[in-house]
Design a protein around this ligand. Structure first.
Ligand code: SF4
Length: 211
């Protein structure tokens, strides 16, 4: 895809949604961190249902640590992989208290050392909590990037590097949310809604269904 088309796509997505944000419920970086750990292979809706009950009771590393693994599980057992997520979150709370004064760190290295936090989660935290122009590549962004041709790649890391390199500065901070929302609601996995797609004229997907 050439730079003109790529810019046109981002400009259209920005025009439709000038201030995109995550659909996860949170009010500070710690709540976002826990929500993003919980969201691996789970929907944002299921995570919000759980954290809407959890956070009024426990929304600091100390309070969640005090719940313990089993106490935390009772709030998140409707979410996939809740056993390992509960253990990881408790370990993460312990590290935050012991090594970071109970504050979520702002570097990729420190974030990726927290249990349950991989590159994608670190990118989301850096972008959404701290405003850095990182682009986390999840299943939606991987699909949309490859289908449209905005940044093709065989692995999420390849797509991420290409997106970061090719996305114009003015769009980079919000690119993550625009692409994820586009994938979630329009360019769906099984059947993309090409007839309703606002970027169809620039999309290079060979099987796109012209209205
Ligand atoms: S035209 Fe279809 S395939 Fe291309 S981005 Fe839109 S929904 Fe996805």
């Amino acid at each position: 895809m050439n730079a003109t088309k790529r810019t046109a796509i981002y400009a259209r997505l920005r025009e439709l949604d000038p201030s995109p944000d995550t659909e996860l419920h949170y009010v500070n970086p710690f709540e976002l961190l826990v929500a993003v750990i919980l969201s691996a292979q789970a929907t944002d809706i299921s995570v919000n249902k759980a954290t809407d009950k959890l956070y009024p009771v426990a929304n600091t590393p100390e309070k969640i640590l005090a719940l313990g693994v089993n106490g935390l599980k009772s709030y998140i057992r409707t979410i996939g992989l809740f056993n390992s997520k509960s253990e990881n979150i408790i370990k993460t709370c312990r590290i935050l208290i012991d090594e970071h004064n109970s504050v979520v760190p702002q570097t990729r290295d420190e974030l990726e050392r927290l249990p349950g936090v991989g590159r994608k989660t670190a990118n989301v935290i850096l972008n959404t909590a701290f405003g850095e122009p990182t682009i986390a590549v999840d299943t939606h962004i991987f699909r949309v990037s490859n289908r449209t041709g905005i940044a093709k790649g065989k692995t999420p890391l390849e797509v991420e590097k290409r997106l970061v390199r090719l996305t114009p500065d003015e769009f980079r901070k919000d690119a993550h949310h625009w692409l994820i929302l586009h994938g979630r609601y329009v360019c769906k996995a099984r059947k993309p809604l090409c007839g309703e797609c606002p970027i169809i004229e620039w999309c290079e997907y060979k099987q796109k269904e012209l209205p």
